[in-house]
Design a protein around this ligand. Structure first.
Ligand code: NAP
Length: 303
């Protein structure tokens, strides 16, 4: 049997999408799920946002519950699910296991840094869009860009090697030697839009029609810009408010992932988005009252 290239931890919307296209490019992929009795999974992928719109494909995947070491691990559980998910497979992670986090928000990878300090840990961010229409039925809703890099220079070669390996996949990812700045830019947009969509229970674009939401967005953006400039050491190249309004307009009909989780009554990633921002602000001695208020309001609504 050829060696397994990737184990995907958390094959939900984005994990299944990546598993699907890595396998499509000829890579050996195994799924890691939280369902003990599951040995195989059929994943149906529906193309919605690009060329063969409406087309369905189904592919079979092995679910791996063995105890053998894992070579490359793609982590696609939600940020708040990371700790439990990694603990369950900790005995399979060695100093040679490459761990790639592909999640929104910040801070979940610190679990891996704490549990497996010797394993190479790299980070990715993607604007590919996917959602679950039903169990194991994934809709690829929109094409996007994928960027991969490492926070530590010693693991930059591993990030480059993944980018090279994935050149044959649909994603054609790019390497970013300053992945932290890229993740912060995504975090900043998420801080400006996602919590407000929960507080106003509305789609992204509807925020732009609500004067009070816009006032809040302006205050959130000013605080985020200050924290981001302190963390990255450079001011933002474009006003965040302008960028956030542009994203809200372009994704106007979308429900943010935080709003989807809230409407389904599931935990949200607020602690890894606004929560992370507030935590970093405190560490740096900066005051972020609007973000702190939004964090506490969303926590109250989603507990
Ligand atoms: N969806 C997108 O378009 C998109 C785009 C960019 C980034 N992201 C980010 O990608 C991450 C995943 O989002 P998603 O939309 O793919 O969420 P999702 O559909 O909820 O997928 C998460 C998956 O993790 C599984 N899981 C949870 N705990 C687990 C455990 N202990 N062991 C193994 N599997 C476990 C869940 O299993 P069950 O099926 O049993 O619940 C689910 O299949 C998030 O950080 C999100 O912000 C998503």
């Amino acid at each position: 049997m050829p060696p397994i290239d990737w184990h995907v931890l958390g094959p939900g919307a984005i994990g299944s999408l990546f598993a699907w296209y890595l396998a499509d490019a000829g890579l050996q992929v195994r799924l890691l799920t939280r369902h003990a009795g599951e040995s195989a999974r059929l994943i149906t992928l529906e193309h919605q946002g690009h060329l063969d719109k409406g087309h369905h494909d189904t592919r079979a995947f092995h679910v791996d519950h063995h105890d053998t070491p894992i070579q490359r691990l793609l982590v696609t559980v939600k940020a708040h699910q990371t700790e439990t998910a990694l603990h369950a497979i900790a005995h399979r992670i060695t100093a040679d296991t490459l761990i790639l986090f592909l999640q929104n928000g910040m801070g979940a990878w610190q679990v891996a840094e704490r549990l497996f300090p010797d394993s190479p840990c790299i980070l990715g961010t993607t604007t590919e869009g996917a959602w679950r229409a039903a169990d194991h039925h994934i809709v690829h809703a929109g094409r996007g860009e994928t960027w991969i890099g490492s926070l530590q220079s010693r693991w930059q070669p591993q990030a480059v090697s993944v980018v090279r390996q994935w050149q044959h996949t649909l994603f054609h990812p790019h390497h970013d030697d300053n992945i932290l700045a890229r993740l912060w830019r995504k975090l900043a947009i998420n801080c400006a839009i996602n919590p407000l969509t929960v507080l106003y229970d509305c789609r992204n674009g509807e925020l732009l029609d609500k004067p009070t939401a816009l006032v809040q967005m302006k205050a959130i953006c000013a605080e985020v810009e200050e924290v981001m400039a302190a963390v990255l050491g450079v001011p933002a190249s474009m006003p965040l408010l302008e960028l956030a309004c542009d994203v809200a307009r372009k994704t106007g009909a979308n429900q943010s992932s935080m709003l989807q989780d809230y409407r389904r009554g599931q935990p949200t990633e607020i602690d890894f988005i606004t929560g992370y921002l507030v935590q970093e602000a405190r560490r740096l001695g900066l005051d972020v009252p609007e973000n702190a208020a939004v964090l506490s309001a969303v926590r109250q609504m989603t507990q």
